[in-house]
Design a protein around this ligand. Structure first.
Ligand SMILES: [Fe+2]
Length: 179
């Protein structure tokens, strides 16, 4: 697994008419052999976001979840592709209702699995395992420079979010496990 080559392939795929589908194909090939990706990015030891590429039209990072870490419902306001290279990531999908949001479905992503989320998708994420989960997350825009929303996990009230808010959640997670 050559990360530089992988990123280049994603950047090229992102110029195609159906950019999300083209990038998903590249991602699918990349996590098809999850161990090779794990070796390339390294065994996770922290909740972390390791950026591989960032531009106005594409963000690629490896995200690692601590054992049994949860992330509250949030949107991205851009398409998102996820590919898991170690562990497991469970997604609850949510939809907007006149009163807020409600759960509308779930997907379990195991090593080697990919998922494509639409521009208006809302999801919450759980690592159900007692070990780290790692995935490659690709977004059709600048993930860190887009104002969006998260939903309070107790009240489901909508609150502002962005890349920095998400980074702070990851930092708090590490503090909790004493890292
Ligand atoms: Fe997300």
């Amino acid at each position: 697994m050559d990360i530089e080559r992988f990123v280049d392939d994603c950047v090229t795929a992102n110029t195609e008419a159906d950019a999300q589908a083209a990038v998903l194909e590249v991602l699918e090939r990349a996590v098809h052999r999850p161990r090779a990706m794990l070796q390339a990015v390294g065994e996770p030891t922290l909740a972390d976001i390791d950026v591989m590429h960032r531009s106005k039209t594409l963000t690629i990072f490896s995200a690692t979840w601590t054992p049994q870490m949860n992330l509250m419902p949030h949107n991205h306001l851009m398409w998102a592709n996820i590919g898991i290279y170690t562990g497991r990531e469970d997604n609850i999908m949510w939809r907007r209702t006149p009163d807020g949001i409600e759960a509308s479905g779930a997907t379990c992503l195991f090593e080697g699995d990919v998922a494509a989320l639409s521009v208006d998708a809302i999801h919450s994420v759980t690592n159900p395992l007692r070990r780290f989960t790692g995935g490659i997350h690709i977004y059709g825009g600048d993930f860190f420079d887009t104002a969006r929303s998260l939903w309070n996990p107790e009240t489901l009230e909508e609150e502002p979010s962005d890349g920095d808010v998400i980074r702070r959640i990851f930092e708090r997670e590490n503090e909790q496990i004493g890292k």
